[in-house]
Ligand binder design. Structure first.
Ligand code: PLP
Length: 411
């Protein structure tokens, strides 16, 4: 077992029956037959529901919860989430369509993201969605379009704060950023917004993603509320909405521990009281992607070859980075680490063989799990990658090397 990489804690969200992992109550082998082909992504409906309930159980009453659909825009999943959350956040015209198709009203959709095209802005205005403006230029373009359409645009200002989320995987705020309007420029933009015929709703602050550090998240929530209260003084009207963004991470790698929601929820409860005093008209929202859906999904691939090269055992599967870039370590990781991986049809067996699971692509980057202990696996066994419900298929280069795309099922 030399070269063995650190081992993950046992994954317990998905039950095992007779040595077979179950998703949505269906054994993974049966699910593969039902889907008809491998690889595929499977998302567990009940786990999604449980996750939202778990989060709501810790969050203050009256705080809105939005789902950020870029984490997983599969239509059936978005539809399911739409029934559980208070709003959807989209980041393109394509996502706006998915959100509207799910039955959510434009009024409960917000559209953030840099570089919105005039077509996307027009679609958003026409739908009644809230447009989260990200630059001075975008404010002018939006004003023009709203005038042409004769609709009063609903607008929030995304603030690029003068702080950042410490220890987060992806920093989205602080310093020079393509996201949001620099905090010091916001008062000037608010003056301009007051001159235009906008329906100004409030502020959006989002400083980073994939944080497992509760203290850092608490710190960024506190600073975000403080900054919003300060900026509100320059607003054309009392803010009616304050979106604190996302940032809650999930544990992907060995040694990471799941986020403790209790202190985050307690702090938000205190902040809600501050907001009620200082910005009495504002509804507070958080918008989460990964935290809501990431743990509820698995990626399943079939082993098509087993080979030994100079003493090292390789399991070659039909799935890889073309469907699951993140698990291959090529989506924002600096040092490659393994996602939790099992042989889904051999859950009862001891992990006593050290092997490396790779995909079918002709590139050394196509690794699913490097030097992990697994039960001795054979051709036709099913490799299952956990923590795959967010930033999976749609964050992957599916055309690279021309392999079939993976199907997605909600079970
Ligand atoms: C990506 C994104 C999110 C969701 O981030 P997660 O880390 O998946 O929770 C929320 N808000 C905005 C504006 C985003 O761009």
């Amino acid at each position: 077992m030399k070269d063995l990489k650190p081992t993950h804690q046992a994954q317990t969200l998905f039950p095992c029956v007779d040595g077979c992992l179950q998703v949505g109550g269906v054994p993974i082998t049966r699910l593969a037959q039902r889907v008809g082909s491998t690889p595929f992504y499977a998302y567990d409906r009940a786990l999604l529901t449980q996750r939202v309930a778990h989060l709501r159980g810790h969050m203050p009453a009256g705080m809105r919860l939005h789902y950020s659909i870029k984490a997983n825009p599969m239509a059936a999943l978005v539809q399911h989430m739409a029934g559980l959350v208070d709003g959807l956040d989209v980041a393109s015209g394509g996502e706006l369509k998915i959100a509207l198709d799910s039955g959510v009203q434009g009024a409960d959709i917000s559209f953030a993201g840099p570089g919105k095209t005039v077509v996307e802005l027009a679609q958003a205005v026409a739908s009644g969605a809230c447009i989260v403006v990200e630059s001075a230029g975008e404010i002018e373009r939006l004003a023009c379009i709203a005038d042409q359409l004769g609709i009063r645009a609903r607008v929030m200002v995304r603030v690029n704060p003068d702080f950042e989320l410490k220890y987060s995987g992806l920093r989205m705020g602080g310093g020079a950023k393509p996201f949001g309007i620099d905090a010091e420029m916001v008062p000037h933009c608010l003056e301009r917004i007051a001159q235009l015929h906008f329906n100004f709703l409030g502020f959006h602050l989002f400083s980073g993603s994939q944080s497992l550090n509760a203290d850092a998240i608490i710190d960024s929530h506190c600073k975000a509320v403080e900054l919003a209260c300060r900026l509100a003084a320059a607003a054309p009207q009392q803010p009616r909405a304050l979106n604190l963004g996302g940032g809650l991470g999930i544990a992907y790698f060995a040694g990471e521990t799941a986020l403790d929601l209790t202190p985050i929820g307690d702090n938000l409860r205190r902040l809600m009281a501050d907001v009620a005093r200082q910005l009495p008209s504002a509804q507070v929202a958080i918008e989460l992607g990964r935290y809501l859906v990431g743990e509820a999904g698995v990626y399943v691939a079939r082993i098509v070859d087993k080979k030994i090269s100079r003493g090292k055992t390789f399991l070659v599967s039909n799935g890889g980075l073309h469907h699951h870039l993140a698990a291959s370590g090529n989506f924002g990781q600096v040092i490659r680490k393994n996602y939790p991986v099992v042989i889904g049809n051999k859950m009862g067996e001891t992990a006593r063989e050290t092997c490396t699971v790779v995909g079918p692509l002709c590139t050394p980057l196509d690794i699913i799990a490097d030097n992990v202990a697994l039960p001795p696996a054979e051709v036709d066994d099913l490799v299952v990658v956990f923590q795959s419900g967010a930033y999976g298929m749609t964050a992957s280069p599916i055309h690279f090397l021309g392999h079939p795309v993976a199907l997605e099922v909600l079970v």
